[in-house]
Write a protein of this length. Structure first.
Length: 468
């Protein structure tokens, strides 16, 4: 398979954790003989510094042309002035809106090896497997905002259509799991929540009678997530409530560095990112937890590329690394020795390869950050984990189509000069995107176009049936 993936490293630890996810995607490309075209672009604070806007038009255009988007994190104290007209978070909201991504899936699973990292008792965490479906493009985050002297307001608006589509996705997912759906609102106070509840009841009664629907006020849900988290199966809620509740739920797993997310719309293109922030206090130290970003890459493989086996293998590799005690500072028990971001990535790669091959050498690590608008790297392999000559194209224009005639290429450093891959594979792994790497012929993604007829819930349930 050939697919185009736009990478938005962002700010803080974003480039560091995205780098590890790209190493894993590169290993997937090698093991299953895929070719992923990786285009890097600006967002957030990095984009503000270089272009004056949090989401340059070129970034959105590149994302729209891709089969999937992988994002790191945005924000930092440098851009935190509340009086600023342009803020990094505006880029995140704009790319979600611009891609039409209205359903945010945040799975919360507890690994037994991480029970020590959670502030809750182990018996409370037994059997926790929750999926939060958050509406992503409505509500107070996107409503009209007003600042007038000593008065400010934020409008919270929802339409019937917006509630219907997110409830259908959540109920469809619940139907493939334990058939339990909890709708979270604040119907005792907010008119938008009363509309939300009315629409949810109607949709579930008419279209999902086999799904057990319950309702919970958001403050009660916050309490129950700590008191009896295993009681939940699928939670559906509005934008701000979902944002807050999933940050709370991350503590069930031990760290925000363990929660991935997928933002989906009508087609197969999605935006994948860890739920954590940019953590500027540890940026550049090489100690950030990359597991949530790697798990986000697994969601990318599953939902946008339809590669269920590869996604399941990546998730299993992360679990294996954790089971082996490869824990970053946010996960390690008192007195334990934390590993670096790269070491965590190495452990996932080793598990993904079945322990038969060493992790990717440092020279072969895919490039990330600071992002350069329009940079593109192809990930693929010559049948060896040694780094080959890299092919880099720095252009915001679409990648040219590959010539049908196969060209003979000279081997790069570390290559044997012979290829054990199929003729249509590309012998690539990029050691760097900066410096004097030569631009060479690259290829345009020929991944099949999005199929809007395939429901988001079906792709989710496929993974759930396979135990992921």
């Amino acid at each position: 398979m050939r697919a185009a993936i736009t990478v938005l490293p962002g700010d803080g630890i974003g480039p560091e954790v995205v780098r590890e996810a790209l190493r894993v995607l590169a290993a997937v490309a090698e093991k299953w003989r895929h070719t992923f075209s990786i285009g890097e672009a600006l967002i957030g604070g990095a984009a503000i510094d270089q272009t004056g806007t949090a989401l340059p038009p070129e970034t959105l255009a590149t994302a729209r042309e891709a089969d999937a988007v992988l994002l790191g994190a945005v924000g930092g104290p440098k851009w935190d002035d509340p009086r600023a007209k342009v803020r990094p978070e505006q880029g995140l909201l704009a790319v979600r809106k611009g891609l039409g991504l209205y359903a945010n899936l945040r799975p919360v699973k507890v690994n037994e090896k991480l029970l020590h990292a959670s502030p809750l008792r182990p018996e409370v965490l037994a059997g926790v497997d929750v999926l939060v479906v958050r509406e992503l493009t409505g509500g107070i985050y996107f409503g009209d905002k007003l600042r007038d002297g000593d008065r400010a307001s934020d409008m919270c608006v929802y339409t019937v259509a917006e509630v219907e589509r997110i409830v259908r996705i959540a109920a469809g997912i619940a139907r493939g799991r334990r058939k339990k759906l909890c709708s979270v609102d604040k119907a005792n106070v907010l008119e938008t929540s009363r509309l939300w509840r009315e629409v949810t009841v109607r949709v579930c009664q008419q279209e999902f009678p086999d799904v057990a629907l319950s309702h919970m006020l958001v403050d009660a849900c916050a309490m129950q997530l700590i008191r009896k988290p295993a009681d939940f199966d699928v939670i559906v809620t509005e934008n701000m409530f979902g944002d807050i509740l999933t940050d709370e739920a991350s503590m069930l797993t031990g760290s925000m560095g363990m929660l991935p997310s997928a933002s989906l719309g009508e087609g197969k293109r999605g935006l994948y990112e860890p739920i954590h922030g940019s953590a500027p206090d540890i940026a550049g130290k090489g100690i950030a937890n990359p597991y949530a970003t790697i798990l986000s890459a697994a969601l990318l493989l599953r939902h946008s590329l339809g590669l269920e086996a590869e996604a399941a293998a990546v998730e299993a590799a992360v679990s294996s690394a954790i089971d082996a005690g490869v824990l970053t500072a946010d996960l390690v028990a008192g007195g334990g020795k934390p590993v670096s971001t790269t070491a965590a990535g190495d452990a996932v790669l080793s598990a993904l390869a079945g322990g038969a091959r060493a992790a990717l050498p440092s020279a072969a690590r895919p490039p990330v950050g600071p992002a350069r608008q329009g940079s593109t790297v192809l990930l693929g392999f010559r049948g060896s984990l040694e780094p080959c000559r890299c092919f880099v194209r720095r252009s915001p224009s679409p990648l040219p189509a590959r010539s049908p005639r196969r060209r003979r290429r000279r081997p790069g450093p570390g290559c044997s000069g012979t290829s054990r891959t199929r003729p249509d594979s590309v012998p690539l792994i990029a050691p760097t995107i900066r410096g004097s790497a030569r631009a060479a012929r690259s290829m345009q993604s020929d991944f099949p176009p999005s199929d809007p007829s395939r429901a988001v819930a079906e792709s989710v349930n496929e993974g759930e049936r396979d135990g992921n």
